[in-house]
Design a protein around this ligand. Sequence first.
Ligand SMILES: Nc1ncnc2c1ncn2[C@@H]1O[C@H](COP(=O)(O)OP(=O)(O)O)[C@@H](O)[C@H]1O
Ligand SMILES: [Mg+2]
Length: 230
Amino acid sequence: MIRLTNVEKTYDNGTHALKGISFEIADGEFVFLVGPSGSGKSTIIKLLTGEVLPSCGRVMINGFSMGRISDKQIPLMRRTLGVIFQDFRLINTKTVYDNLSLAMRAVGATTKEIQARIPYVLELVGLEGKEKRYPDELSGGEQQRVAIARALVNNPDTIVADEPTGNLDPNRSLEIMSLLERINALGTTVVVVTHEKSLVNRFEKRVIMIDEGNVVTDGAHSYEVREVQE
Ligand SMILES: Nc1ncnc2c1ncn2[C@@H]1O[C@H](COP(=O)(O)OP(=O)(O)O)[C@@H](O)[C@H]1O
Ligand SMILES: [Mg+2]
């Protein structure tokens, strides 16, 4: 479960990026986080991954309190969380297999576990048989599938994705969003940041809209409603 309670974030340069964010995401939900550029979406994602700490308020994720998490607990927390970025962030000098096996080694998986798991996740993302490819031998959509496989390889409770389709054309974007929907249907909580309205409106999911560091709406299909009001 994810719970933000009155979360504020002021960066060192004084930017007040988040001004009192509260929401709760239950296990198994699929949520879009939307809003204009600079509204604070990536800051929220970084609070969830532990990359930034809250200035005030409370961030709980999968039983861990991010404001007071100890160094020892961070690897345990990270095991519950898979992260996907706009720019894929694969290691280009390593094969698909090695990109995934590294993520499993990092949490102490055995060679046997790795050999059993990688073909399963590659099949899940539609990349069966691509183990030996290097990232630059794959299309953008395929590279993002590898990144999704890497996020899934340690069987996390939650996947967070920051603009995962930002570098992809509309058809590939739709495929990636459908894949995330399928992963959610298998039981993983999914939080996706996007500013692509057509995609959000195509999937009937909860939408949390952020503007200037505040939650402005939270519910189904709120993206269009606000536009009409403007
Ligand atoms: N590391 C940082 N240091 C200072 N200001 C930052 C930093 N990261 C983001 N910001 C600022 O915080 C605000 C929210 O940024 P961000 O969370 O990246 O928004 P979004 O992802 O919605 O575009 C912006 O004004 C941005 O310039
Ligand atoms: Mg962002």
